[in-house]
Design a protein around this ligand. Structure first.
Ligand SMILES: [Zn+2]
Length: 402
């Protein structure tokens, strides 16, 4: 017989271990091992140390009760931890709800996931979804006011329709042209020939670029319902006066925003944490109507409103809240801290995606998810770098900082 007291404790990492102090429990060494093993508690004292402790017989009964209490509380704690783990684990099934969808704009909710996933999605949309952009320019004639490099740079920034980009090859991986980057699998050729023959200044625009592939053309931003105006003539490259000429050949290639911003399909991708706003109704009722109005007006955005009938303050648009803390500061200044509680939900996000027009906003999101999945597969295989390289080519090298 020996006595001990098993105290469940927690380390920083939330792992339990048993501390043995002078105490209560009556068990022989083999049972002790069995119990600690069952509770998954490593033992911090040897059975020999424990045997040296004395034990008043009267406390045996209490000891047993306490042990069972302890056992059940440890189990409860374990269960709670398992529940929490379930709530936060990667096995969660995120949900997406689309709120607004246009060709170049998408707004959607992403729920039941954590900020790391939301941010990964945002970053992949900006920097890793491929598009096609002009990458090589051979100028034949340029007598315009802009120098060759300037024009090449402007050409690179013109968004090209890039539905083909996901299936196209990166020029550096293309074996059909040995990395030359000028074959049909990894490039699209453009030609531009413009000369100004009149006294009127001539605008050279993206519409003057002729593509060798009808599926890859400069994005058309014009509004079909509008008449001929400056907006529907394409993206201006340079302006020519009488006698000036521009003649060039350009090669467009597949690329990602991480290599150069011209390949980014995203104009803006943002997400916000969904705010959860709770008004302390009791405290709010202690305010006069004038004070309520003053407090509601302290918010720079229209989040709260006063019901004209009941004169109660209510939340009209929680998402208009910009985490500016103005209403909290105002409540404090009025001597009513705790008037409102605002929590940023850590598992719900509202995304806004604007595309450059290279691919549709909806396709941008889908491609980003696809790439994110490929990256995760590459991580899984990253230990075996040869296999990763075989399967993912430059993506594997990319993961290792290459
Ligand atoms: Zn090629």
């Amino acid at each position: 017989m020996l006595l001990l007291c098993v105290l469940p404790s927690r380390t920083n990492h939330g792992r339990r271990f048993a501390t043995v102090t002078t105490g209560y429990l009556v068990i022989d060494p083999p049972s002790l091992h069995a119990i600690t093993a069952a509770l998954q508690l490593p033992l911090l004292a040897t059975p020999q140390q424990l045997c040296a402790l004395s034990f008043p017989p009267l406390k045996r009964v209490c000891a047993l009760f306490w042990f069972f209490f302890l056992h059940s509380s440890v189990r409860k704690e374990q269960r709670e931890e398992e529940d929490t783990m379930e709530g936060l684990s990667y096995a969660r099934m995120p949900r997406v709800k689309i709120r607004e969808l246009k060709d170049d704009y998408a707004k959607f909710e992403l729920r039941d996931t954590d900020p790391s996933i939301a941010n990964a999605l945002r970053r992949v949309m900006i920097a890793e979804v491929p598009t096609i952009a002009i990458d090589l320019v051979e100028i034949e004639v340029n007598s315009s006011v802009l120098n060759d490099e300037f024009i090449a740079h402007r050409l690179g920034l013109i968004p090209l329709t890039s539905e083909r980009a996901m299936s196209m090859r990166f020029s550096r991986d293309c074996d059909a042209c040995d990395g030359d980057g000028q074959c049909e699998f990894c490039s699209v050729e453009f030609h531009l020939r413009v000369k100004c023959m009149t006294d009127q200044t001539l605008d050279v625009t993206s519409k003057d670029l002729y593509s060798s592939d009808p599926s890859v053309i400069p994005v058309d931003f014009s509004d079909p319902s509008a008449t001929e105006s400056s907006e529907n003539r394409g993206v201006i490259i340079v302006k020519l006066r009488r006698g000036q000429e521009l003649r060039l050949r350009a090669i467009a290639r597949k690329g990602i925003g991480k290599d150069h911003a011209k390949w980014s399909p995203a104009a803006t991708v943002t997400f916000m944490y969904e705010p959860e706003i709770h008004i302390n109704e009791d405290l709010m009722e202690t305010l006069t109507l004038e004070e309520k109005r003053e407090w509601v007006d302290s918010s720079p955005t229209r989040v709260f409103e006063i019901d004209p009938v009941t004169q109660q303050v209510m939340v009209v648009d929680s998402e208009a809240y910009t985490y500016d803390d103005e209403v909290l500061k105002k409540a404090e200044a009025m001597g009513k801290p705790g008037l409102v509680e605002i929590i940023a939900r850590q598992d719900s996000f509202i995304f806004t995606v604007e595309s450059t027009g290279a691919i549709k906003a909806s396709q941008l999101v889908l491609n980003a998810i696809e790439i994110l999945k490929q990256k995760l597969d590459a991580v899984r295989l990253s230990e075996d770098t040869v296999e990763a390289d075989d399967q993912f080519g430059e993506l594997g090298a990319h993961m290792r900082g290459g």
